[in-house]
Design a binder for this molecule. Structure first.
Ligand SMILES: Cc1ncc(C[n+]2csc(CCOP(=O)(O)OP(=O)(O)O)c2C)c(N)n1
Ligand SMILES: [Mg+2]
Length: 599
């Protein structure tokens, strides 16, 4: 049996399990890992500027491509604690990432050694497995188990913590005798699918709610096929956005309290049965359950048994991987269609489509300073179907959810449940590493952008070009809006007079200077007419310099974005669209233009 350091075996296993990139920050306690990485030379390392950044890069990397597992690496002590937010974000959205940390030597763990902290205990609630490996010979098994767990059932992150001496110890290990463990995924049975389809057929106005589990299972094509077979409209969740193209005739909009369209909520409220697949009835999707559930029956398909009934008891629960369930649904629906047993749903589909054409919010404002709605209209003009959007939280992300268009799975990359500020920028870099050919467009408010702004240097150093649309209201906008309920505007201002940059006019941070200082390109825009030319210029700069390009749009300071607490009473703060020109890039308007063009 070949003898090698335990950490060399670990790196061989990473390679065997398909890892080609790692995001990290070195330190003394993890140097053996870096030595093994260097020795083998098969895994490219991207040096983050903050360890939290590395963890979000890993998450963006995983989300960009089916089968990817992002790896983030840090030393002992604060590196692991910095990555806890990344683990939480990944766990909350069911995204596998592998977090590897160095640790103080085993003999000194209990001696309050320099940078010794019980990171496994800290990480446990936000990881499928968090373990400090104390026996060198257990290192291969720990990694084997990690990949098995990350890929099985509900996907999620794992942390492996490796004391210095455990990394360095020699073990017997032969990579040719290593085999990844089989992945466990429950599958819906024929009987379960028959029951669900019977319920669906008995309903008059059924809908599918398509969750992120469909994206994780790489089953968007099956979802669309199933919806088309039955002729049933689809409401994607925020995590499932892109599973059906926005301009598909069965795409009925998103429902929810914030990242939703008016027609999405109206369509959901008009339904009498909802079949949810790979979704988790997130509270920002459902809002108050009384309103959400009233008058309709529910079927819930989820890979994780304990998710069934967690938020409310469905009329039927099925434990299954979304892809395996959809495959069965498609097979059985096809049989039923051939037997002439499927109902004609065209009236209901047309009713939903009519709402999609008419229940629109206005985006076409000419105001200076720019109103945010106009930014998304111009983004719809500038960016095509292949664009991969990345965003986190804030009014910027919420309006993005309301007004942008997504046409493909994994083209809306969003930290849905955790919403950690700062996530957008490093996650976008992770997407760039996973898909270097993609057009990646990140969307941030000014505060999200400032949180991990230093990661721009990573994009410049490693030539990871993308466009970062920065909508600057010089406010913690979402929290300012939420504080209206407290009748206050307290600790939410980001404005100040910048002594070095009077030209930012009291908006505080000079993002253009900071971005340039970090080696990126940046443009600032103040009027609606400048937005589209700036986005076009950004594409050119990105191609020429191969670095991130920031397009900052100076917004009006106070704009309230539509939201509410129940999906039947979302508060609208602006005028609604009453004429086509009020919402010229609404999906129905774009569809219409295409149809006219085809004529
Ligand atoms: C780490 C963290 N702290 C606090 C919050 C709460 N929070 C959500 S949005 C937001 C303000 C975001 O401001 P900005 O990025 O400028 O976006 P805007 O709402 O102004 O568009 C805050 C503080 C959070 N999501 N994450
Ligand atoms: Mg802001």
């Amino acid at each position: 049996m070949p003898r090698r350091k335990a950490i060399e075996a670990a790196v061989q296993i990473l390679q065997r399990e398909g890892v080609r990139h790692a995001f990290g920050v070195p330190g003394a306690a993890i140097n053996p890992f870096y030595a093994a990485l260097r020795e083998r030379g098969a895994i490219a390392h991207i040096l983050a500027r903050h360890v939290e950044g590395a963890s979000h890069m890993a998450e963006g990397y995983t989300r960009a491509r089916a089968g990817n597992i992002g790896v983030c690496v840090g030393t002992s002590g604060p590196a692991g604690t910095d990555m806890i937010t990344g683990l939480y974000s990944a766990a909350a959205d069911s995204i596998p990432i592998l977090c590897i940390t160095g640790q103080a030597p085993t003999a000194r763990l209990h001696k309050e050694d320099f940078q010794a902290v019980d990171i496994a205990a800290i990480a446990k609630p936000v990881a499928k497995l968090a373990t400090t490996v104390l026996e060198p010979a257990q290192v291969p098994g720990a990694f084997q188990q990690a990949f098995h767990l990350m890929r099985s059932g509900r996907p999620g992150p794992v942390l492996i913590d490796l004391p210095f001496d455990v990394q360095m110890a020699e073990i017997d290990f032969d990579i040719d005798a290593y085999e990844p463990l089989p992945v466990h995924k429950p599958a819906a049975t024929r009987a379960q699918v028959d029951k669900a389809l019977d319920m669906l057929e008995a309903a008059e106005r059924p809908l599918l709610v398509a969750g992120g589990g469909i994206i994780n299972a790489d089953a968007a094509d099956l979802l669309v096929e199933f919806a088309e077979l039955l002729d049933v409209p689809v409401i994607p969740t925020l995590m499932g956005w892109g599973a059906i193209p926005d301009d598909h005739r069965l795409m009925a909009g998103m429902a929810g309290l914030q990242t939703a369209q008016r027609y999405g909520n109206a369509n959901l409220l008009a339904s009498d049965l909802v079949l949810g697949i790979g979704n988790r009835w997130a509270n920002r999707h459902t809002g108050g359950l009384e309103v959400y559930r009233r008058g309709r029956r529910f079927v819930h398909v989820d890979i994780e048994p304990t998710q069934i009934g967690r938020v409310f008891p469905p009329d039927l629960g099925i434990v299954s991987d979304a892809g395996l369930a959809l495959q069965r649904f498609v097979d059985v629906a096809r049989e039923r269609r051939e037997a002439g047993r499927l109902a004609d749903r065209s009236g209901w589909v047309e009713e939903c489509a009519e709402r999609k054409r008419t229940m629109l919010r206005r985006t076409h404002f000419d105001d200076i300073p720019v109103k945010p709605q106009r930014v998304y209209e111009e983004m719809n003009r500038a960016f095509g179907r292949d664009t991969r959007y990345v965003s986190t939280i804030g009014l910027s992300q919420i309006a993005g959810g309301q007004f942008l268009h997504v046409y493909r799975p994994r083209h809306w990359v969003n930290a849905g449940q955790a919403g950690p500020l700062g996530w957008t920028l490093p996650a976008a870099l992770g997407v760039c590493v996973a898909d270097p050919e993609a057009t990646v467009v990140a969307l941030s408010g000014d505060y999200d952008f400032q949180f991990l702004i230093e990661e721009l240097a990573v994009g410049a150093q490693f030539n990871l070009p993308y466009i970062h649309v920065l909508v600057n209201n010089s406010y913690l906008g979402l929290i300012r809006q939420a504080q209206q309920a407290f009748d206050m505007d307290y600790c939410v201002q980001l404005s100040f007079d910048n002594v070095n940059s009077p030209e930012v006019g009291g908006y505080g941070v000079d993002h253009v200077k900071v971005a340039e200082g970090l080696g990126c390109k940046a443009l600032r825009v103040r009027t609606p007419g400048e937005i589209l030319p700036a986005l076009e210029e950004a594409k050119k700069l990105m191609a020429e310099f191969r670095v991130p390009v920031v397009v900052e749009i100076i917004l009006e300071r106070v704009t309230n974005i539509s939201m509410g607490t129940d999906i039947d009473s979302i508060v609208e703060f602006e005028e609604l669209a009453t004429r086509g020109e009020d919402a010229p890039t609404a999906i129905s308007a774009l569809n219409l233009k295409e149809m006219q063009f085809l004529d």
